[in-house]
Design a protein around this ligand. Structure first.
Ligand SMILES: [Zn+2]
Length: 283
């Protein structure tokens, strides 16, 4: 069933686990992620970046995800990841998305507050949860420009003020993770996370989690993270399955065959993360 992220994240917060948010690129990702959630009896968030929305559009993703959600009893949410403005957030809500992120983290603090508040006000009126971001997650999100080594951590005092002034319902924080593929072993600043969680009572969100060791993610959940995003690992898994099938069967021209191998790889990745996040058996 298609639901909002509200109860999902509050239950995760109360019971010290996290819900995985998996970026979907096409129909195969939708089928594979929901199949894994159904098998694991886990709540799940499927999300699309503005880049994926440009590739298909909001209506296609809503159509696919709502169809998948009808086939399972586990709660499924459809979330706009890194919404880049008021307009796209409104279009997503209008298209049937059950959760949105407005990312004003590249703007100055006051501008971020203004743009986040404008979306959060509508979200509150329409019953749609609104994730915001404060501080910076490093690397390159979607097809935007690379944040490089510019990776300032979220300031706990600013986080308190930001949440109070904007009314956002969950907060993505900069605690050392980055989007894309890591060069070395990533390191989550658990102390920064603890300091934020001690003062902010809404669920915290971890971005750029592909490639972060499971133990660090587990610790972050104990320190207040309730939603964990995975994009890069799913893309890699899908292409790994797809390409290795084609390497062995270069003459096959039925796309369903390599796609099925890609989907299997995605399912494995998603199942293993659900176990680590502790969301398995929660639905
Ligand atoms: Zn992100």
């Amino acid at each position: 069933m298609l639901v909002t992220t509200k109860d999902m994240l509050l239950d995760a917060q109360r019971n010290h686990y996290a819900v995985g948010a998996f970026n979907i690129e096409d129909l195969e990702f939708v089928i594979a992620v929901v199949r894994a959630a159904d098998e694991m009896r886990s709540p799940v968030i499927l999300q699309t970046t503005p880049g994926s929305v440009k590739y298909a559009d909001l209506d296609y993703f809503y159509g696919m995800v709502s169809a998948a959600a009808k086939k399972t009893h586990v709660p499924v949410a459809l979330h706009l990841d890194h919404g880049d403005g008021f307009k796209l957030c409104m279009e997503a809500i209008h298209a049937g998305y059950t959760s949105v992120m407005i990312d004003g983290s590249h703007d100055p603090f006051e501008t971020n507050i203004a743009i986040t508040s404008s979306v959060a006000r509508v979200g509150a009126a329409m019953g749609i949860p609104v994730e915001a971001e404060l501080g910076k997650v490093g690397g390159k999100e979607d097809d935007g420009k690379d944040a490089g080594d510019d990776n300032p951590f979220t300031d706990p005092d600013e986080a308190v003020e930001f949440v109070q002034k904007t009314g956002c319902t969950s907060l993505a924080v900069g605690v050392g993770t980055a989007h894309g593929v890591y060069k070395g072993t990533p390191h989550i600043e658990q102390d920064v996370l603890k300091a934020i969680a001690a003062r902010v009572d809404i669920p915290l969100v971890l971005h750029g989690t592909s490639g972060v060791p499971d133990e660090q993610v587990k610790e972050a959940i104990q320190n207040g993270v309730c939603k964990v995003n995975y994009a890069t690992e799913l893309r890699q898994a899908y292409m790994r399955g797809f390409m290795s099938f084609m390497a062995e069967n270069p003459d096959v021209f039925d796309p369903k065959k390599p796609a099925a191998c890609g989907m299997k790889e995605i399912e494995n990745v998603v199942r293993s993360h659900m176990q680590n996040l502790g969301s398995d058996g929660k639905a």
